[in-house]
Design a protein around this ligand. Structure first.
Ligand code: PNS
Length: 177
């Protein structure tokens, strides 16, 4: 029987418990699942694509049929490149539906053979998004229970003024060389 490879595209800035929940569900129904991080969608991301990739690789290391990759350009072109027959997307609430439907139908117009599969994350993650996680963390709120512990630590390090200063100095001295 033909193996079904699906891609799960997104920004994952940062990966949340909702993403992990969906990856676990996807890994159970697809033979292979590629979590595909979009490069360059945001001007000022919290994490570089490399950092997001490293976090996701650690967080999904226990799934034998999940791998992490990055892409740019159209999702449908990336899907063709890796021979995917499905795109996995999460729908948290009705408010997601319109945008997701639009994307799914546009992707179908561009690549009729590619199916979009919607899955629902566990209901405790139905209000969770990377954007809200970034905002809450930047304003000093707790993001425990919203992201894996490792991500919580990385976010804290990123937003710690001392670490920020250190990184800025490193970048500056790198540029001078
Ligand atoms: O995590 P996000 O931001 O909800 O993911 C959105 C993503 C990456 C799935 C979407 O922006 C996308 O597919 N971008 C790639 C460019 C593309 O194919 N655009 C047309 C989609 S209809």
């Amino acid at each position: 029987m033909k193996k079904v490879l699906a891609i799960y595209p997104g920004s994952f800035d940062p990966p949340t418990n909702g993403h992990l929940d969906l990856i676990e569900r996807g890994s159970k129904i697809f033979d292979e699942l590629v979590v595909a991080i979009l490069r360059n969608p945001e001007k000022y991301p919290l994490f570089t694509v490399g950092e997001r990739r490293a976090m996701l690789e650690k967080l999904t290391a226990h799934f034998r049929n999940v791998r992490i990759d990055t892409f740019d350009g159209l999702t449908v072109d990336y899907a063709s490149k890796v021979n995917a027959s499905a795109v996995l997307r999460g729908i948290r609430a009705l408010s997601d539906y319109e945008y997701e439907l639009q994307m799914a139908l546009m992707n179908r117009k561009l690549q009729p053979e590619l199916e979009t599969v919607f899955m629902m994350p566990a209901e405790q993650y139905s209000y969770l998004s990377s954007r809200l996680v970034r905002e809450v963390a930047k304003l000093g709120g707790s993001i425990r229970d919203l992201v894996p512990t490792m991500v919580e630590q990385r976010v804290r390090e990123k937003l710690d003024p001392a670490v920020k200063l250190q990184n800025a100095r490193k970048m500056k001295s790198g540029k001078r060389k």
